[in-house]
Structures are given as C-alpha cells and as structure tokens.
Design a protein around this ligand. Structure first.
Ligand code: SF4
Length: 440
C-alpha cells in the first residue's frame, strides 16, 4: 500500500509544531492497515488540527468548532463501512465537551485523535480545558481560575472502552493510532505535543518536560475493561431490525363532492380528555372525503388530563395558505378551560356565525346563533361531546354532511374504536331532535 498523503497539499505548520508528526504517524497507521482513501473519512473542525482532512487523499468533512464528533457520528451511522477518524484539538474537544461525553458513552465505532497542545493555537494562544493553571496565555489570568482537565480520565469515567495517551514524538504513535482505529467501538487517543507558535516557547514547555509529566500520570494503554460492551451501531441495527417501518401519511381519495366554496374556520374549545384534537382531525378527514383542503392547529398545555384543549380547523375549497383562525365561523364551546383561553373570539362573532355549546358551559355574550346541547341529561360522557358536536354540525348541512362525517370516522378508526364511534353517531342521528336543547 502507498501513502494516502495528498502530495498537492503538504502540511504546513509553524517550525517545530508536533502536528506534523501526527500527520505522518496517521498516514503510516493507515498504510499499515492497508486502507484505501475511499475507505477512510477524516472529520475535523476548527483549529490547526482542522487542516488535517486536507492533507489526505480520503473522504473529508470539516465543520463548526467542537462539533466534529457529531458529523462523525452521523457519517458512521449512515456509512458503517467507512473507517471514520475524527481529529480535534484540545480547544475543540473542550468546546464540544457534551459531544465528547456522548461519544464515550455511546460507543460508536469511530476514533478520536485529540491533538493536545494545551492551548488554542490557531486563534492566538488562548487557554483551553487542558491548559495548566500556572501557564501564561493570551487569556490573561483566566486559566488560573480553573484546574486543567485530564482527557483520558474523563473519557474513562464517561464510558469510553478504548483510552490511550501518547506523545506526538512517541515511537509507537503509528501503532497506537492503528490499534485505536482497529478497535470495534469508540476509541480515544490523547496525543500530547508542543505548539511553539503560540504556547510552548512562551511557557518554556519542552517535549522532554511533557514526557516526564505524562510518565507521572496513572498509565492508560488502550482497552478499558470495565467499559467494554456492544458497539452502538451494531446494537442499534439489531434492535431496529425487529421494528416495522412507520406507515406514511394517509392518502385520502375524495369519495363525495361538496358544493361548498370559499373558506370556513372552526374553533373547537374544550378541555383535556374530551378528544377535542381527535374531533378536529375527524372534521378534517370528513372534509377531505369531499375533496376540500384543510388545516388543523392544536393548542394544549404540557399537562395530561388537565387544562385546555383547543383545535383550530380551516376548511377551504382552495389550498389553505394561512392556518390562523382569528375570526371563526363556527365555535364549539365544550369546556370552561377552552372558552376562557379564547374569550376574545366571541366578541368578533357575527349573526351568521354558529356556537355549538354544551349546557352549563358559560360563554361570553356574542351575536352568533347558539345551539345548546344538554350532554349530561343525555348521559353522554364528556369524552364524546366533541364527536357529537360534529354530528350536530353535520345536521346543519352547511359544511359537512353525515356521510362525510362517517367517511372521516372510517379513515381515522378501525375495529372497536370505529364501532363505538359509529354507534354514537347512529344514536345521535336516530334521536337527533332530542339532542338539541335550545337554538337561539
Ligand atoms: S499555532 Fe501552534 S498548533 Fe498551530 S501550527 Fe503553529 S505551532 Fe502548530
């Protein structure tokens, strides 16, 4: 195998920069593994390390500072056959700290090489998460306020199954990179080096000094036994293969025609548990069964079985370009919670507008017509008030018909749910005169 280095763009770093050594070590590792450029993706973000993807004849991704691991994750999930190597500086690793922790915890088969030179080199020598508190940096005293981070310690604690640390000058660097890449899971190599351009000279940091400092740390050397487990993508594919694909949106072919032209806005005001949103959907489906255009917008709080539940529906003979319903033509007033939330719409109602109201639900004064239904006397549970109100609307024969409503039910429900809904409608249409308490 020959080198994957891009001869048209040789690395250019400041004299003495350790990054140069890592470029060559990575190339040797890839050659040793027999990798073709088409089998490898190098993912980088901002910083001097962010130039790495341009030095190789391979696939490459380059993006926002600290986010390289997120791109690498998506890439590996979509293209599992690729060898994905992420290269970040200690600056990007700190900026993308949450992504670093997630990658360690997730255990997707990608390799992260952190080119750790203890500062933000490219931007002028500011302090990073690994800068010593006693160093002199372009950030003034800021590094004195926070202890430096041990990348390997954090990675192990976060669940990384492969953690290694090595000097950029380490004789075994190519082998250590190769072993990390060949590991079937997330692997991290913390590669220490010097940044003569911005940091090392200023702080009299030498390679020998760094070596001594590294030797004094607890050793790390690859596999972290207690973190070894199934690789993420493998596990994901095994588990997801047991699931069936979600069905796409329902395709509604019109089966009736509607003489209705123009647009009507319907506002359903109720409370949680009254199936208001389902009724809004049924209204849409009923209208679609006659070829009308519809939109539905729901409004409910974060709570379950408490608070308002509102559905705004627009029915139109032409495409709906705006889904707002500021001046509704029909209002269902089914619970205090919903009415309280939209009190202001009642003062806009005109004589030709309609309010279908449950008896006992107080509504503000308005100029529209009102149909009041005594649901309680009819022993209809609150969860069915919205559906019966749709039947009342169908009986008005202005927007939807009974047939359209029944078609909506058949689109939306099946089995017992459909039987229950149809039986409620049968009961309503067989005794419809007894439903209406008053019409004003
Ligand atoms: S600024 Fe530092 S890291 Fe960047 S090329 Fe120069 S020496 Fe290397």
């Amino acid at each position: 195998m020959s080198s994957l280095l891009n001869r048209d763009r040789p690395p250019v770093f400041c004299p003495g920069c350790s990054h140069d050594l890592v470029v060559r070590a990575l190339d040797r590792a890839l050659v040793a593994m027999g990798k073709q450029g088409t089998e490898v993706a190098i993912v980088t973000d901002i910083g001097c390390s962010g130039l790495f993807d341009t030095f190789f004849n391979s696939h490459a991704m380059h993006g926002l500072h600290g986010r390289a691991l997120t791109y690498a994750t998506g890439l590996k999930m979509a293209r599992p056959e690729l060898t994905v190597i992420t290269i970040m500086g200690d600056g990007g690793m700190g900026i993308g700290g949450a992504h670093f922790l997630s990658s360690c915890r997730r255990n997707l088969d990608i390799t992260l090489l952190v080119l750790n030179n203890f500062n933000y080199g490219m931007t002028g020598g500011q302090c990073s998460v690994t800068t010593s508190p006693v160093a002199s940096t372009a950030s003034g005293f800021l590094n004195e306020l926070e202890p430096s981070l041990d990348i390997c310690k954090v990675a192990s604690a976060a669940g990384s199954p492969w953690v290694d640390r090595v000097m950029a000058t380490g004789k075994k660097l190519p082998e250590q990179i190769r072993d990390a890449v060949q590991y079937q899971g997330f692997s991290l190599v913390d590669i220490w080096g010097v940044c003569p351009g911005r940091y090392s000279k200023r702080n009299r940091v030498t390679l020998k000094g760094l070596e001594e400092e590294m030797a004094a740390l607890p050793p790390v050397s690859g596999a972290v036994q207690e973190n070894e487990r199934d690789e993420y993508a493998d596990l994901y594919r095994r588990k997801s293969s047991r699931l069936s694909l979600p069905s796409g949106p329902v395709d509604i072919e019109p089966i009736y025609s509607s003489a209705f032209t123009g647009q009507k806005d319907i506002l359903l005001l109720g409370a949680a548990g009254q199936r208001v949103n389902t009724a809004g959907e049924l209204l849409c489906l009923a209208a679609m069964s006659a070829g009308l255009h519809v939109s539905q917008k729901n409004d409910y709080p974060i709570t379950v079985l408490r608070g308002h539940s509102i559905s705004e529906v627009v029915l139109s003979s032409s495409p709906v370009l705006y889904t707002g319903t500021g001046h509704p033509d029909v209002v269902f007033a089914l619970a205090r919670e919903g009415v309280t939330r939209r009190r202001s719409v009642f003062e806009k109602l005109k004589p030709e507008n309609l309010v279908i109201r449950g008896k006992g639900v107080e509504v503000p004064e308005h100029e529209g017509k009102t149909i009041t239904i005594d649901f309680k006397k009819l022993r209809i549970p609150s969860m069915h008030w919205a559906l019966i109100s749709l039947a009342v609307l169908a009986e008005e024969k202005s927007l939807i018909t009974e047939k359209m409503l029944r078609a909506g039910l058949a689109f939306r429900f099946s089995g017992n749910s459909l039987e229950e809904a149809e039986s409620l409608l049968n009961h309503f249409f067989s005794r419809k005169n007894s439903y209406r308490t008053s019409h004003s």
